[in-house]
Design a protein around this ligand. Structure first.
Ligand SMILES: Cc1ncc(COP(=O)(O)O)c(C=O)c1O
Length: 394
């Protein structure tokens, strides 16, 4: 009944799977027939502290009973507290602007860079360099910032001023008098779970600093402890000029943030959002950060990362005819599968075993589990994955 309703009334922009989930807990979701699925996707990298986390649910309910929204024309106490928490936990001397999604956070980053490139109100420097396999969002300018050619099929004309580098090594050759910013993901997510080389990233950061070109790091997927620290930028030992965050910060409530060292870049009226950073989402996100900080400090996060990685590596070793290698950082992991056809089979078989996994790039089986996933959930998930591997035809 709901499947038909969905088909009749929702635009068909997703290749939707018609399972109807009704409730969830930790890394387990149940459908309307009470069948349990292990979720190794956390809703495409969102549900950081597990589904229906009691502390986050309590914060949301408590806030909903008090005040949900008033607009950014007034002080929003949990927004200020969240900004302070993000900045202090990151170790970067920055200020925040709150949006509602990753794409919107990246729009903010592009606006900050373009404003930085203006001299006397003239757009003297405006070019933003991104990478060919990048993904930065679905709005018109973040689609244009996304380097994957297949994303540019319709929707033109696009805004000018985006240039694509083949890889990090290629960026220097593209710098010119109009370049104001380089925007990269430190571990490409949608592009195929592709970590950048640490030494190269550090050299790039140094080069850009010397040329007064901004470095924006898109941490929409890598941020919020996904790679072991609050930001992948912390793991890589760099200080970007701009960081964008979304996905995991709200554990499911829609939130995006652009953070920058350019603390006075905006004046009132330069940028805005009706919903951005309202009471509800910032209260939830504040709680998420508190939970994750103590989880990290207790050693729980490192333990989960190690165990997950070790178990996943076992698949690469046991199934060399299917898996080329295991890839990733922290709990942003993947198995490079030998062909796109095998990957499609595997995802289908995994679903039949009630295991949720993701595809990335052309041939990567991607795992973005909740960071608080338990050993038992990992074991159950991987037992189901083992069955899926056993059922594919090589
Ligand atoms: C690195 C990166 N940037 C931006 C986005 C876009 O985020 P959103 O879908 O919240 O707009 C994504 C989404 O997958 C992403 O992975």
């Amino acid at each position: 009944m709901f499947e038909q309703m969905d088909k009749d009334f929702i635009l068909h922009s997703y290749a939707r799977n018609y399972v109807n989930f009704t409730h969830a807990k930790g890394a387990v979701v149940w459908d309307e027939k009470e069948r349990d699925y292990i979720d190794l996707t956390s809703g495409i990298g969102v549900v950081r502290v597990g589904h229906a986390n009691p502390r986050v649910s309590e914060a949301i309910c408590d806030q909903a009973k008090k005040i949900v929204h008033i607009s950014n024309l007034f002080l929003i106490e949990p927004q200020a507290k969240l900004a302070k928490s993000l900045v202090e936990k990151s170790g970067y001397d920055m200020r925040c602007f709150f949006a509602n999604s990753g794409a919107e956070a990246n729009e903010g980053a592009i606006k900050i860079a373009r404003k930085y490139g203006e001299v006397d109100g003239e757009p003297k420097r405006y070019k933003v360099i991104t990478l060919k396999h990048s993904f930065h969002g679905r709005t018109i300018s973040t689609l244009k910032a996304t380097g994957q050619e297949k994303m540019h099929h319709y929707f033109g004309p696009y805004p000018d001023g985006f240039v694509y580098a083949d890889d990090i090594d290629h960026i220097e050759a593209l710098l010119d008098d109009h370049t104001v910013c380089v925007m990269i993901e430190l571990v490409q997510g949608e592009g195929g779970v592709e970590p950048q080389d640490k030494a190269k990233v550090q050299a790039l950061a140094k080069l850009l600093k010397s040329k007064d070109v901004l470095l924006a790091v898109d941490e929409v997927q890598t941020g919020i402890y996904r790679t072991g620290e609050l930001f992948a930028s912390n793991v890589y030992g760099i200080t970007p000029d701009i960081i964008t965050v979304a996905k995991g910060l709200g554990n499911g409530v829609p939130i995006g943030v652009v953070m920058t060292t350019l603390k006075d870049i905006f004046s009132p009226g330069d940028h805005g959002s009706t919903f951005g950073g309202n009471y509800l989402v910032t209260r939830a996100a504040y709680e998420v950060l508190e939970i994750l900080e103590s989880y990290k400090n207790s050693g729980g996060l490192d333990e989960a990362m190690l165990y997950f990685e070790e178990r996943l590596r076992g698949f690469a070793e046991r199934y060399p005819k299917i898996v080329e290698k295991d890839v990733g950082v922290g709990l942003m992991r993947g198995l490079r599968i030998r062909s796109a056809e095998l990957l499609t089979q595997l995802i289908k078989k995994a679903f039949e075993e009630r295991l949720l996994v993701l595809k990335a790039g052309r041939n990567t089986l991607r795992f973005l589990p909740p960071l608080t996933i338990t050993r038992e959930e990992i074991d159950t998930g991987f037992a189901r994955l083992e069955k899926a591997f056993g059922a594919v035809e090589v």
